[in-house]
Design a protein around this ligand. Structure first.
Ligand SMILES: Nc1nc2c(ncn2[C@@H]2O[C@H](COP(=O)(O)OP(=O)(O)OP(=O)(O)O)[C@@H](O)[C@H]2O)c(=O)[nH]1
Ligand SMILES: [Mg+2]
Length: 367
């Protein structure tokens, strides 16, 4: 999973990036930051996986990973209405989800590009830029279709005309201010949409970056912003980026103590990962044994052979059946053999839809 961190200048993108990745990328109150994006990979915290590993004591422990890309200095285009340029569009187009860091912290020592702190204005500004970018991509696609229609044979004509009609509808929706993620689309359309890498079609997480002095009001502020900005396939979280960054850079034990003293709940990283998984409709299944205990990320509704493909393509091609046990059942039994004895191990075929928390053992024939 790859999330791109976007937002206006000095909204705290790099600060949040550091909080999420325990990184030390440079944050500054003034001046332009480098154009190169910051990239960080984070292991997904999962207590279920930890417990499975405690059971099997494997040689290798492999949690799922998420990647965060902080767009860096390329953000300037967003605030100036210059549109989303090539390099930035490449980064954003590749992302599975967008994380928009919105400045709410008052700190007067950090100037705001627009001279005042106004989260609603900034959210609308960035949403508009994303929508413009999508409209431009659709426009170019429509131009190409119009050209190809002239030379098209009758058989091709119908498909092209259909696409034309559908894209015009998408564009009309964008002009109405509806992000594409909110449209109800047929599966084929979803697939087509994914190939255009349209930005408003991606799940969106608004991270409201509040100040340290607002910490005691954090839950109330979060509720307020949720009420105002929560939309389908979007989420809203409030966090204090600066404090979360400082905590992330400390020794874990020390950070946990401080966190408790401040009355903070789970680390921002954990919340952000969890919410992003939910937004994307991702779930985890596990494989475990003496060699390795490992988490795998798949979409909801993934049939067993496609899940097996994650592990190796041979497992999909030669798929015979899957042995499945829920992670809690396996823990309760203490061992695979015991789960089998107690009848908690199920044998499932090709049509089985893998569930969150399933532990799988794939039986397959070698090619
Ligand atoms: N007081 C306070 N300051 C913050 C907070 N988050 C970020 N800052 C400060 O705001 C300034 C900008 O933060 P960055 O994380 O560099 O912001 P950015 O969005 O990456 O900035 P650019 O990449 O230059 O656009 C820095 O001086 C941060 O210390 C916060 O929650 N509270
Ligand atoms: Mg930055």
């Amino acid at each position: 999973m790859d999330s791109a961190i976007i937002g206006l200048e000095k909204s705290g993108k790099t600060t949040v990036f550091n909080a999420l990745t325990r990184g030390h990328a440079e944050t500054t109150a003034f001046g332009r930051t480098g154009l190169e994006p910051n990239i960080g990979v984070v292991k997904v915290p999962d207590a279920r996986l930890d417990q499975l590993a405690a059971l099997d004591k494997p040689q290798k422990f492999t949690p799922a990973e998420v990647r965060y890309t902080d767009i860096g200095g390329a953000a300037t285009g967003l605030s100036k209405g210059e549109g989303i340029g090539g390099p930035l569009l490449n980064v954003l187009g590749r992302a599975d989800a967008l994380i928009h860091v919105v400045r709410a912290f008052p700190d007067p020592s950090v100037p705001h590009v627009y001279g005042s702190v106004d989260p609603a204005r900034d959210i609308n500004t960035v949403n508009l830029e994303l929508a413009y970018s999508d409209a431009a991509i659709i426009e170019r696609r429509l131009e190409r279709i119009a050209v190809s229609l002239k030379a098209a044979r009758p058989a091709e004509r119908e498909a092209a005309a259909q696409e034309q009609e559908w894209l015009q509808e998408l564009k009309a929706q964008l002009e109405e201010g509806v992000p594409l993620r909110e449209l109800k689309l047929a599966e084929a359309q979803q697939t087509a949409l994914a190939s255009y890498a349209l930005l408003t079609a991606k799940p969106l997480l608004l991270l409201i970056n509040i100040g340290e002095e607002q910490l005691s009001e954090a839950p109330a502020l979060e509720a307020h912003y949720r009420q105002e900005f929560l939309r389908p396939k979007a989420e809203v979280l409030a966090l204090c980026g600066k404090l979360e960054m400082e905590l992330a850079q400390m020794e874990p034990a020390e950070a946990a103590e401080l966190r408790e003293g401040l009355g903070l709940q789970e680390p921002a990283t954990d919340r952000v990962v969890r919410v992003s998984y939910d937004l994307l409709g991702y779930i985890s299944f596990f494989t475990t044994g003496p060699d390795e205990t490992r988490a795998w990320t798949i979409g909801r509704h993934t049939p067993a052979p496609l899940a097996a493909r994650k592990i190796h393509t041979d497992l999909e091609k030669g798929f015979i059946r899957a042995e499945v046990v829920g992670w809690q059942d396996l823990l309760a039994c203490g061992a695979w053999a015991e789960a089998r004895k107690r009848g908690l191990l199920r044998t499932e075929g090709k049509t089985y839809v893998v569930q969150d928390g399933d532990v799988l053992h794939i039986l397959f024939s070698r090619p």
